[in-house]
Design a protein. Structure first.
Length: 256
């Protein structure tokens, strides 16, 4: 292999390494189903993508204070997290998604399966705060009791705010509130399940300390190839210097 060919191969390998380091994973980011039965009810995520961390879901009162929650099997084999307004004024569910150092993520889809019961009229909202830049209202509707799935493009969904969020490929933290505020003290609000889809990216953050294994291997191979180029170039230069020295040492046509 010539030096030019080796150099070209090394350049391609380095480019491939960069692509691997920044390539999207295209996998589900997080999902919550709150258990499959009373015996294993939980408010923690049952799936979280690699390099991400998800907070437990917590219940909040209208003033933002934490409230207690319970669980109900709304559908067979699937628990739902429940807050009773009459107990402590609960009206919202909070959760967050955070990237590990050296990684970012992008959200491309989201679904919130919810129920409002005995509400005498209710307000529904989904708020999201990306990278602590400020809260954006993704959904805002009002009505009576409901059992539905909030999803991008659905009734009451704010497409402009959602488009702004989806455009972020540099998310390191995403806070979310799912508000279901009923007008009756007997209101019960349920969060049946939550899913987020999107992409996870490795970044070139020097503070991350640990490169992606695939990109690291490619980078090492590329550097080794560049080392071969350097050694061969040095050998070629040494050979040319030797030939030039030998030529100078031989006498000219006139014997000088």
């Amino acid at each position: 292999m010539t030096s030019l060919t080796v150099r070209a191969a090394a350049t391609v390998l380095l480019a491939c390494g960069a692509a691997v380091a920044l390539d999207a994973q295209a996998i589900p980011l997080v999902s919550y189903s709150f258990g499959t039965a009373v015996a294993n009810q939980t408010n923690t995520a049952d799936l979280v993508a690699a390099h991400l961390a998800a907070s437990p879901v917590t219940g909040l009162a209208s003033v933002g204070d934490p409230v207690s929650h319970g669980y109900v099997e709304l559908t067979p084999g699937s628990m739902a997290m429940m807050i009773r307004k009459g107990d402590e004024g609960g009206s919202a569910f909070h959760l967050s998604l955070t990237a590990q150092p050296g990684y970012t993520f992008q959200v491309t889809d989201a679904q919130f399966r919810v129920r409002v019961q005995d509400s005498a009229g209710s307000n529904r909202s989904v708020l999201m705060n990306a990278n602590e830049e400020g809260w954006g209202s993704m959904l805002s509707t009002a009505g009576g009791d409901l059992w539905t799935t909030f999803t991008p493009g659905g009734f009451g969904w704010n497409s402009a705010h959602w488009a702004d969020l989806v455009a972020h490929t540099d998310l390191t933290e995403l806070d979310m509130y799912v508000g279901l505020k009923g007008n009756s003290s007997n209101t019960k609000i349920f969060l049946d399940w939550v899913t987020f889809d999107g992409d996870v990216f490795a970044t070139a953050d020097p503070g991350s300390g640990v490169p992606e294994p695939a990109s690291g291997a490619l980078a090492a191979l590329a550097l080794a190839a560049l080392g071969v180029v350097r050694v061969r170039n040095r050998a070629n230069l040494d050979g040319l210097d030797g030939a030039a020295g030998a030529s100078r040492a031989q006498p000219g046509p006139d014997g000088s």
